[in-house]
Design a binder for this molecule. Structure first.
Ligand code: SF4
Length: 572
């Protein structure tokens, strides 16, 4: 096993015996075999598209399979065995379609597009996967190490893109051009005659593409659930039993609310699902009462205390503890062996959540762990409504700088940096955030500038597009020629593959001085880092005081260190 997909890779090098996330070596090996076979499938999908053959089922399958390997999505080896078999079968189907059209393929067929199996054999496939992992080529150095790392990074961007496309396709929306790019991206990892610059250029294109896909997801969510609007969310608990919903799948939340209305069961959000409270479609449900707990990494303690069933709808799953194993449910591509899974939708029918609702009725109400309120829902429309006030504030010197702090939360204690950073920023700074890194600071009292809240929570990770779209709007309102001329600094708290896309999108836009933390990605090899540093001044984080001084270009007297309680830590 050698996995350095995410920020929690052991010692910031790689998980080599078992994943910090809970991924076991056999699953890691099956990921490697699935990745290998998906490259072969995408190789043929690109050839098929060139020949005018488009197979939406294969496109959607590929996005789903890529997403299944995103950190904290699925831990069930049986799922990956099925996906590997299906990948090979779908690849063979594409080959038959090409043959039927008499399409001759020029050049060599990569080994990844030729792998076959006689019988489905999990144990054998685990062994085979071990030969296709990151270290399959052995210890590399110099240019070879850089090329290898850049190809790995491309696959992580493909997995992040797969996640975004899966969020869209579960809402029955399909835009072929994004899938065509996805296949090209995956197939590009097979090209031998490319330089590091070529590979980095392709990864920047993936960042650009991700913004288009994020924009589509925003539009689809707005069409189905309305435009998000600033909304106060309660963090306390009520006296009825509840169901806790985490992840990103608003359709799951919607179906559950429909089916539980009037049942006497309250629904609580967790993690990034907190943003649902800001969408008009969810406001009509009186049993959507509050957000419970904090970010994904606190789930083991918090799910135990919740008492009722928990539904994990997307990438935020940890191994369920014994005391709530029988009350944990997964849906979509999320899974853990022997944990109850809600069947997928059949055509236009809703998923059936009756078992969860019936179980909740027998449970005690949640144990209070958090209290107070936070405000979410500064989506693109709400932000644009503040444009004039923000421009006036900047021109008058009331707003010195906008600090963007986006991305994921995680277990590393170094992530206290984000709390301390936001807490220490001067009063004349605005903070824009998206993703669940907000749990590090969203309950701090930060005040307002000329009536504008200093902390503006734009939404989930993918709402990063809305955040950038607003900054572009602001740039135009201030008649500036480039985003980087705005008084804005970017700080990306990375964790998994969607946050890699965030970084790459900023690089593609030519934004300099992006800070990445709490650690730099382990797949930024020496050569990759050198290029990013030289061209874009990409950097890791320092102390909050030093970073604030650098971002503002001033000397900052550090505040006295204080013990800070975040929402997820506030014990009652
Ligand atoms: S996904 Fe992250 S935590 Fe899990 S095995 Fe890979 S590097 Fe380790």
């Amino acid at each position: 096993m050698f996995c350095y997909h995410c920020q929690e890779a052991k010692k910031n090098i790689a998980c080599d015996t078992a994943g910090i996330c809970g991924k076991k070596a056999d699953v890691s090996s099956l990921h490697d075999l699935l990745t290998y076979t998906l490259k072969g499938l995408s190789f043929y999908a690109v050839k098929a598209a060139e020949a005018g053959i488009n197979e939406p089922n294969i496109d959607q399958f590929t996005a789903r399979a890529l997403y299944s390997m995103v950190t904290n999505v699925n831990f069930d080896p049986a799922v990956f065995v099925q996906l590997i078999a299906e990948t090979v079968q779908r690849r063979e189907y594409l080959k038959r379609l090409l043959t039927a059209k008499n399409v001759q393929l020029n050049g060599a067929i990569p080994e990844e597009a030729q792998w076959q199996y006689e019988t489905i054999d999990q144990a054998a496939w685990v062994k085979i996967g071990e030969t296709f992992g990151v270290m399959a080529a052995g210890e590399l150095s110099g240019e070879q190490a850089d090329l290898h790392a850049a190809r790995e990074m491309l696959m992580y961007t493909a997995k992040g893109l797969g996640a975004l496309l899966e969020y869209i396709q579960v809402l029955n929306v399909f835009h072929v051009e994004h899938y065509a790019f996805m296949h090209k991206l995956v197939a590009y990892t097979l090209q031998a005659d490319v330089s590091l610059d070529d590979l980095l250029a392709m990864s920047f294109k993936a960042g650009e593409r991700s913004l288009l896909v994020m924009e589509l997801l925003e539009q689809v969510n707005a069409e189905k659930f309305g435009q998000p609007e600033p909304t106060t969310v309660h963090l306390d608990t009520w006296e009825k039993p509840g169901i806790l919903v985490t992840g990103h799948d608003f359709q799951d939340l919607h179906d559950l609310l429909e089916q539980s209305a009037g049942s006497g069961v309250d629904i609580y959000t967790h993690g990034e699902m907190i943003e649902a409270h800001s969408y008009p479609a969810f406001k009509k449900y009186f049993n959507l009462v509050a957000n419970y707990g904090g970010a994904w990494q606190d789930q083991k303690t918090q799910f135990s205390k919740f008492k009722g069933p928990v539904l994990v709808t997307s990438n935020s799953l940890q191994q369920p503890k014994k005391d709530y194993t029988d009350k944990a449910y997964t849906s979509g591509m999320v899974g853990w062996p022997d944990i109850a899974h809600i069947d997928k939708r059949r055509s236009s029918e809703a998923k059936d959540f009756s078992a969860i609702i019936e179980q909740a009725k027998q449970c005690e109400p949640p144990t209070p762990i958090t209290k107070g309120v936070v405000t979410v829902g500064y989506g693109l429309h709400a932000l644009c409504a503040l444009t004039e006030a923000i421009v006036t504030g900047i021109n008058a010197g009331d707003i010195q700088r906008i600090i963007v702090v986006v991305g994921c939360d995680g277990r590393h204690k170094e992530r206290r940096y984000y709390t301390e950073l936001v807490q220490s920023l001067p009063q004349d700074t605005l903070i824009l955030t998206a993703g669940d890194t907000k749990y590090r600071f969203h309950d701090l009292e930060l005040g307002a500038i000329n009536g504008i809240p200093r902390l503006l929570d734009v939404g989930q990770t993918h709402d990063f597009h809305a955040l950038l779209a607003f900054l572009t709007h602001l740039q135009k309102a201030m008649q500036l020629s480039h985003l980087s001329e705005l008084p804005v600094s970017f700080n990306v708290a990375w964790y998994e593959q969607q946050t890699i896309l965030m970084m790459l999108a900023l690089f593609a836009l030519g934004i300099k001085d992006v800070r990445i933390g709490p650690t730099l990605p382990p797949f930024f090899s020496a050569g990759i880092l050198e290029k990013l540093t030289q061209t874009l001044a990409v950097k890791g984080i320092d102390t909050p005081e030093n970073d604030i001084a650098a971002m503002l270009g001033i000397e900052v007297v550090p505040a006295e260190p204080q013990e800070i309680e975040t929402a997820s830590q506030t014990n009652i």
